[in-house]
Design a protein around this ligand. Structure first.
Ligand SMILES: Nc1ncnc2c1ncn2[C@@H]1O[C@H](COP(=O)(O)OP(=O)(O)OP(=O)(O)O)[C@@H](O)[C@H]1O
Ligand code: SF4
Ligand SMILES: [Mg+2]
Length: 345
């Protein structure tokens, strides 16, 4: 890329632009088409929530963006992943590692298995500064304490030598966030960051993440299957089904009037306190096997609105408009009958 192109890209491009991304897993049971033409953008300071049932391709999309796809059996077979205007997919492995190390970070659901059990949290946090910033051990330890304070771990100075298992689940998750923040990345991808925590702690960790995102002006991709979690922190939502985005909308628009029957199904699902950790989906049936995605609209076997055309014609993701034809900013739906859904109550 020339300097001019780079400048232009830097000025006009979103922080992250994923376009027509395709990922498949080649296994003995066949080819699982996990991601089938996903596109989204995230700007600096913006939070995109990615929502969908288990197996819809949320994590695989994120892994492809981070460059940590399990390969083999997983392969990116198409698309572009532009970070600050530069395509990560065409970079050398070395260039990509540099971007990933310094500019992007990921937070996972399970802090206990992501952190090293035999190293103190101070040593793990400190290592980031020693390796990437060339700091001395002592300087790095001071930075580790600072970070622990930043994510509000009580008595950080005293606890910097403690091991991961000595912290509660919520505190461990804060340590993961601290690790992610260490090098002040421009993009954080959080994959179900609070799923393993109880509800009160979930809210605290989510608030912290939102606050840090604002403060550092980072882009944040928040992957979740819990609509309740995203309402307060996300700016916009992408709903995924069978490796596709089936609806995008600014967060409050989506709650008020979904334009896809699958989104409505998710909104109508009822959390069940008697089935701990489970939800009763208002959507009948199960997500499809990705080695044999249904013809036409992949959702048709489960869709209360399905008609004949849905079995044969694959609906593209197209803009959602008001009745007078004005586009609703940020809104799109992949349903032949999005207008009916938009007006349904
Ligand atoms: N390592 C792998 N090997 C083979 N197939 C895989 C692998 N990882 C993912 N897949 C395939 O990709 C699909 C999508 O997986 P993904 O992890 O993205 O789902 P998800 O939307 O994140 O679900 P969840 O909510 O359960 O985390 C899986 O259903 C599976 O078919
Ligand atoms: S295209 Fe048809 S099957 Fe698919 S969501 Fe819309 S109505 Fe349902
Ligand atoms: Mg996942």
């Amino acid at each position: 890329m020339t300097i001019t192109e780079e400048r232009t890209a830097g000025r006009t491009a979103p922080l992250l632009e994923v376009a027509d991304l395709r990922v498949e897993f080649r296994t003995r049971d066949g080819v699982a088409k996990a991601v089938n033409g996903v596109g989204y953008t995230v700007d600096a300071g913006e939070t995109l929530a990615v929502l969908g049932e288990s197996g819809s391709g949320k994590s695989v999309t994120a892994q492809a963006v981070m460059g940590i796809l399990d390969s083999p059996p997983g392969y990116v077979t198409g698309g572009r992943i532009l970070f600050q205007g530069r395509d990560l997919l065409t970079m050398s492995a070395e260039q990509r590692r540099r971007v990933r190390g310094a500019k992007m970070a990921m937070i996972f659901q399970d802090a206990l298995s992501s952190l090293n059990p035999v190293l103190s949290v101070g040593a793990q946090l400190g290592e980031m500064f020693q390796v990437h910033r060339g700091m001395s051990r002592k300087q790095a330890r001071t930075k580790a304490v600072e970070l622990m304070e930043r994510v509000r771990i009580p008595a950080a100075k005293e606890r910097v030598g403690d091991y991961p298992h000595q912290f509660s689940g919520g505190m461990r998750q804060r340590i993961m966030i601290a690790m992610a923040l260490a090098l002040e990345p421009e993009l954080i991808i959080a994959d179900e960051p609070t799923t393993a925590l109880d509800v009160t702690v979930q809210a605290q960790v989510m608030d912290l993440l939102a606050e840090l995102r604002r403060e550092y002006d980072m882009g944040l991709i928040l992957i979740t299957h819990d609509l309740g979690v995203v309402a307060d922190v996300a700016d916009k939502i992408a709903v995924m089904y069978a490796g596709r985005i089936v609806e995008t909308a600014p967060v409050h628009e989506l709650y008020k009037r979904p334009a896809h029957p699958y989104t409505r199904g998710l909104l109508d699902s009822i959390p069940r306190v008697d089935l701990k950790g489970q939800e009763l989906y208002a959507i009948r049936g199960l997500p499809p096997n990705l080695t044999a995605i249904p013809s036409g609209c992949a959702f048709h076997p489960r869709c209360p609105r399905a008609r004949d055309v849905c079995r044969t014609d694959d609906p593209p993701l197209h803009p959602v408009t008001e009745d007078d034809g004005t586009r609703i900013p940020g809104r799109a739906s992949a349903c032949h009958f999005w207008r009916d859904e938009l007006h349904a109550r």
